[in-house]
Structure formats: structure tokens, C-alpha cells
Design a protein around this ligand. Structure first.
Ligand code: SAH
Ligand code: SF4
Length: 355
């Protein structure tokens, strides 16, 4: 069988693998054992799976794809942020960033190669969409980076959190991102807690309405403006799904007790950093169920927007806090290696990776 048509073992959720095995006459309980080998014992080679039958090992070796994405380039920022270029089987690449903070090491994963949404402030948005990533390629970013850290750095750096804030719009690739998230959360899989996974979306209203059918992870909405005209200028998606429709859908998100939705707000100099923007946000958001995360705009070569001053960032944050909305500022990390938000774009053309 051609390798491209074999299903990847890393693309199965636990229930998915149980069904797959049962349909082929293998015991359902083997799914748990396989997950243990792959995600907990870090043993990718079926030959070493001592509690799996010979017949099933042969099936897996012959009928399933076991390849994982690979780290093809790595850069270390002076603040400890690491950027990885991850290569897929078809030689497409995505970027993944590991960001240290206090006792956490957060992996910012990509969900697509490029992105179809085309936000005007986003470097990835200028690429257009090349393709969706498979669950194995999303989970594979975590696996590839974990293997790299284990080998090159040792046990001092282990990934603890995941944010879907790399390339791509995760809700545009709903089913694959859902399966990948199930594997991240699966106790026999990567075993992360729901609180350690955050999905960020630009506001795809029909998919937000489907979040009842998604594991209950943290949700972040890329808001960036409190007025439709400004938001449309930043995010063309606002033409189809404007603020009224967006907030109509957000009301339907099933929130676990004590959980708030995070609103990401890129602060851009002389654009969305005025008093009327503060007022607009305070009017728009439910203060008990929201928190705002200000992201000072990150410049990248050729961008038409500018970074705000530190004084404006502080004023904007304080005004929102004084108005009753919990607001923080995301510290910019990794900008010396173009790993900060919105600076991710394939470097493939700059590096001759495949030669
Ligand atoms: N597509 C999803 C998730 C990936 S983008 C989304 O848009 O939510 C992750 C975050 O980085 C988003 O809040 C996005 O708006 C922000 N971002 C993109 N470009 C940026 C830039 N140039 N400066 C600062 N933040 C940026
Ligand atoms: Fe896509 Fe998010 Fe960038 Fe917008 S900000 S173009 S949705 S990756």
C-alpha cells in the first residue's frame, strides 16, 4: 500500500482507535496499551511493544503510517523562547514555538499550513491557506518538540501547556483539531488537563456554535476591535460574522463554572488605542465572564501597522481594569527570532531545508 493512503496511528483518538481495532477483529483494550507505548513510554517502534500480539504488530507495521513530523530547524531567543520549523511528510512546513513562563513551558501549535482568514495585521495571513493539518501533524508538533528537548536539553524543559495560536485558524480545521485535542487530553495519551489547553479563534461563528461538541478547553477570541468598522479593517471575516453575530454565538459557548473567555486585543498605535475603544470594550464585554489580554502589535517586515508606546499600553490596560474588566498585557517573547505572535511565517524559502 502507498504510504500516503495508510491511516496514521497518531491521528486516532482513543475511542477512534478502539473502534478501528474492533472492526478488524483485534481486542479493544489494545488501544489503551498502544496509547501508553506511543505517548507515555515514548516508544514509537511496535517491535518493542511487549504486551501487543504479533498479529496486531504486523497489522500496524504494514497497514498504518507511523511517521511523525520532524524538527528541521530550531532557533533559541535570548529570553528562552524556542522556535521550531516542523517538516511534514509532503515537505510542507509549519512553525511551532515553545514559550517559557514561570513554572510553565507552553507550546504554541499550528493547525494549518498558512491561513485562509487573511487578517491584515498577521504575517501568516499573507500566505493564504495551503492545507489543513492532520491530527497526527498537530499532535506531532508536540511529539517532535518533546523529543528534541529530551535529546538536546534534558529533563529541565518539558512542555506543560498548549495554545492553538500558531499558524492557521483552528476552528476552520474543526474535526482534526478536535481529535488532536482529545489526544492531548486523553489520560492514556498525553494526559494534559483541560485548563492547560487554549484554543484561539478569529471568530468563525458557525464553528463557535459547535463548541458544545469540542473538549471543554479554554477559549480565546481574537477580538482586536470593539467597533465593526475597525474590526473589518483588521479582519475581513468581520464582514461575514460581525460583532453582533460573534457575540450571539459566544453566548452559546458552554462555560464551565469559574471559567472566563479570554479576549485577545492587539493594540495598534493610533488605530484601536483610543478612549472610545476602551469605552467600546467595556460596553461590549460581560465583565464577570471575560478577561482581556492585550497583545502589543508585533512589527514584522512590511507591516503597515505600528507598535504602541509603553505609556499607551499601560494607560489602555489600567483604563480597562478600572472599568471593571480583568485585563493583562501579554509580554512579547521571542521577537528577536521572529517567533512572537503574528510573526510566524514559513521560512522555507529562506533556508534550503530539503537539499
Ligand atoms: N487564527 C487564530 C489563532 C492563531 S493567531 C486566531 O486568530 O485567533 C494567534 C494570536 O496572535 C491571535 O490573537 C492573533 O490575532 C495574534 N497576532 C497575529 N498577528 C499578530 C501581530 N502582528 N502582532 C501581535 N499579535 C498578532
Ligand atoms: Fe489566520 Fe489568526 Fe493570522 Fe487571522 S490572526 S490570519 S485567523 S492566523
Amino acid at each position: 500500500m502507498d504510504i500516503q493512503t495508510k491511516p496514521s496511528l497518531y491521528s486516532f483518538s482513543m475511542p477512534g482507535l478502539q473502534d478501528y481495532l474492533q472492526e478488524r477483529g483485534f481486542p479493544k483494550f489494545s488501544a489503551k496499551q498502544i496509547f501508553n507505548w506511543l505517548y507515555q513510554n515514548w516508544e514509537p517502534n511496535p517491535e518493542n511493544w511487549t504486551n501487543i500480539s504479533k498479529k496486531l504488530k504486523v497489522h500496524i507495521a504494514e497497514e498504518m503510517d507511523l511517521t511523525l513530523p520532524k524538527v528541521v530547524w530550531h532557533g533559541l531567543s535570548k529570553d528562552g523562547t524556542r522556535k521550531f520549523l516542523i517538516g511534514m511528510k509532503d515537505q510542507q512546513t509549519v512553525e511551532t514555538v515553545a514559550i517559557p513562563a514561570r513554572d510553565r513551558l507552553t507550546l504554541c501549535v499550528s493547525s494549518q499550513v498558512g491561513c485562509a482568514i487573511g487578517c491584515t495585521f498577521c504575517h501568516t495571513g499573507t500566505m493564504g491557506l495551503k492545507r489543513h493539518l492532520e491530527p497526527s501533524e498537530i499532535v506531532g508538533q508536540f511529539m517532535a518538540v518533546s523529543h528534541f528537548l529530551k535529546k538536546e536539553v534534558g529533563d529541565s524543559e518539558r512542555l506543560t501547556n498548549i495554545v492553538y495560536m500558531g499558524q492557521g485558524e483552528p476552528l476552520h480545521n474543526f474535526d482534526n483539531v478536535k481529535t488532536a485535542t482529545e489526544i492531548f487530553l486523553e489520560p492514556n495519551g498525553l494526559g494534559l488537563s483541560q485548563r492547560k489547553v487554549t484554543l484561539s479563534t478569529s471568530g468563525l461563528v458557525p464553528q463557535i456554535k459547535k463548541l458544545w461538541d469540542f473538549p471543554p478547553v479554554n477559549i480565546a477570541i481574537s477580538l482586536h476591535a470593539a467597533h465593526n468598522d475597525i474590526r473589518t479593517e483588521l479582519m475581513p471575516i468581520n464582514k461575514a460574522f460581525d460583532l453582533e453575530r460573534l457575540f450571539g454565538a459566544i453566548k452559546e459557548i458552554p462555560l464551565k463554572a469559574h471559567r472566563r473567555i479570554t479576549y485577545e486585543y492587539i493594540l495598534i498605535r493610533d488605530f484601536n488605542d483610543r478612549q472610545e475603544d476602551v469605552d467600546g470594550l467595556l460596553n461590549l464585554l460581560d465583565k464577570k465572564e471575560s478577561k482581556i489580554n492585550i497583545i502589543p502589535f508585533n512589527d514584522y517586515p512590511g507591516s503597515r501597522f505600528k507598535k504602541p508606546s509603553d505609556k499607551t499600553i499601560k494607560w489602555f490596560m489600567n483604563s480597562l481594569n478600572e472599568g471593571g474588566c480583568v485585563t493583562t498585557v501579554r509580554t512579547t517573547k521571542g521577537d528577536d527570532i521572529l517567533a512572537a505572535c503574528g510573526q510566524l511565517k514559513s521560512m522555507e524559502d529562506k533556508l534550503n531545508l530539503w537539499e
